[in-house]
Ligand binder design. Structure first.
Ligand code: URA
Length: 240
């Protein structure tokens, strides 16, 4: 779908997103059953997506033994969705279910993320979802600086190959790692940063929303901001 056609559907999309957003805000105990027809626009092939490099990178991640987490993990989690997208999501690290299934964000927090994405017009298969760490830390411990240092080059290469229109960073570990800052999420959210020239919006991790429903409102604002940045960036690229 062209950027022009995407913007022509803006009114209907916003109405649908608003309706879904209300449900996301007030009914996070349920996963949305509505199927949302997609408004996502993939980056055109002319951007030169490197499929060979992508597959090689995936294999490297799955075979990685650079940090001690490879000893305790069931498998590496490269990421889920499609690399042929302009919308990239970066979380913290795989949890129990992700480690078991080899997919990113498939547990409770992942189900909420799916619902949040639907509320801004994306199916899970229209975005790429990954993490700072590609292996599960035992007991879901916070990522250590050594683990981040070992794993971050994989994320850097994923971002380089995808060349997203926007990155949505979920939670303080993702935001701090990508931005190289130490701030609280309250101080980082609600703004547009840049990661190596790519617009980046940070917001609360879905797991934090499950614990504290008061975070739903600011998260909804942030994901709408990320969607807006995505739409604008696609239009900018299309007009070049
Ligand atoms: N939390 C994350 O940060 N990433 C996942 O993939 C799952 C839960």
């Amino acid at each position: 779908m062209s950027a022009r056609r995407a913007s022509g559907e803006g009114v209907a999309r916003l109405a649908r997103a608003r309706a879904l957003g209300e449900r996301f805000l007030y009914r996070t105990d349920e996963v949305a059953e509505e199927t949302v027809s997609s408004t996502a626009t993939t980056v055109p092939d002319e951007t030169g997506f490197d499929a060979v490099g992508w597959d090689a990178l995936r294999q490297e991640v799955l075979d990685c033994t650079k940090c001690e987490l490879h000893k305790s993990r069931t498998q590496g989690v490269f990421g889920s969705g499609t690399p042929d997208t302009g919308f990239m999501i970066v979380g913290e690290a795989p949890g129990y279910y992700e480690d078991q299934q080899g997919e990113a964000f498939v547990g409770k927090a992942g189900q909420l993320l799916t619902k949040i994405l639907a509320a801004i017009g994306f199916g899970r298969d229209e975005v790429f979802i990954t993490n700072i760490l590609k292996s599960r830390p035992p007991k879901n411990a916070d990522p250590t600086p050594d683990q981040i240092a070992a794993c971050e080059p994989y994320l850097e290469r994923q971002i380089e190959i995808i060349d997203p229109a926007v990155i949505l960073a979920l939670g303080r570990h993702a935001a701090r790692t990508l931005l190289g800052v130490d701030g609280s999420m309250a101080s980082l959210r609600g703004r547009v940063f840049e990661y190596r020239g790519v617009p980046l919006v940070a917001t609360y991790h879905p797991a934090a929303l499950l614990r504290n429903p008061n975070l739903k409102r600011p998260t909804w604002e942030d994901v709408q901001l990320a969607r807006k940045v995505y739409d604008e960036e696609l239009q900018r690229r299309a007009s070049q």
